[in-house]
Design a protein around this ligand. Structure first.
Ligand SMILES: [Zn+2]
Ligand SMILES: [Zn+2]
Length: 258
């Protein structure tokens, strides 16, 4: 990709947001925009090319729930209608070709006529049923942008004005830190390594300890002897620790359409 095509604004905004993880912040915005693209007020679900893509990929359970919560039920219905039609055609073809397993003595699987040996493992049909859930139009869309965000972040590190913003940020959730390290191991130029590794490990440690101290105080504050003590910065320690450990914003209400 050409550097000129990298949009640095979402990354700069995320690092200045004060979120416990800038990538979680950026992903939330991306999820919101993707949801609006699919079922929002000026959404594209009626456009043939987008519908062809959603029909083919379908949606995972988490995103179907998010589409339901969004509340555009007619949009949901139209998307589900053509997606189900396409899926059911495939289902019927696979169901018609399905060979039930037969077992002989000691439960050993028998081979069918024309087979050299009895097939092992799950059938093609059950694999298809299982793997179908791994495909999701919205997951794919968000993942594509996420890869671009990671590339943009590393590109921006070459800018000496951006590096202090990273130093002042709150580190990453463990999930996104894993991706940051993996990307660095592959692509970080040697000239940045002496700055990069101490900085990211430093902000990870400092900020995990800060959230841990908030969580400790949140628990201590529930002791009746601390009734009159202040909450300090601990009120939202639970969702922030959840974010640090596994990413996301557990205290966000579901995204609703207007
Ligand atoms: Zn994160
Ligand atoms: Zn999904």
């Amino acid at each position: 990709m050409l550097r000129a095509q990298l949009d640095t604004y979402p990354i700069l905004e995320a690092f200045k947001s004060g979120d416990e993880c800038p990538f979680c912040f950026a992903m939330r915005e991306l999820e919101r925009r993707s949801m609006e693209f699919v079922v929002g007020p000026s959404s594209s679900y009626m456009q043939r090319d987008t519908r062809a893509l959603t029909d083919k990929a379908g949606f995972c359970r988490r995103h179907l729930k998010a589409m339901y919560d969004y509340g555009n039920f007619l949009g949901d219905a139209l998307i589900l209608q053509t997606h189900q039609e396409k899926l059911w055609e495939e289902y019927k073809a696979k169901a018609a070709a399905y060979k039930p397993v037969r077992r002989g003595l000691f439960g050993i699987r028998k081979k069918e006529a024309g087979e050299e040996k009895a097939p092992e493992g799950p059938s093609e049909f059950s694999l298809w049923l299982r793997n179908r859930k791994k495909k999701c139009f919205l997951c794919n869309r968000v993942a594509d942008s996420y890869d671009r965000y990671m590339e943009t972040f590393f590109y921006m590190l070459k800018d000496k004005d951006f590096r202090p913003v990273v130093e002042e940020s709150k580190g990453f959730c463990l999930d996104h830190f894993g991706d940051v390290l993996e990307y660095a191991e592959k692509k970080l130029p040697d000239s940045l390594a002496d700055w990069f590794y101490p900085t990211v490990f430093g902000i990870m440690e400092k900020n995990m300890e800060r959230v841990k101290a908030d969580l400790d105080w949140f628990i201590t504050k529930h002791d009746y002897r601390n009734h009159d003590a202040g909450w300090k910065t601990s009120r939202d320690a639970v969702p922030r620790m959840m974010e640090k450990l596994c990413g996301g914003h557990p205290s966000d209400p579901p995204l609703k359409g207007k």
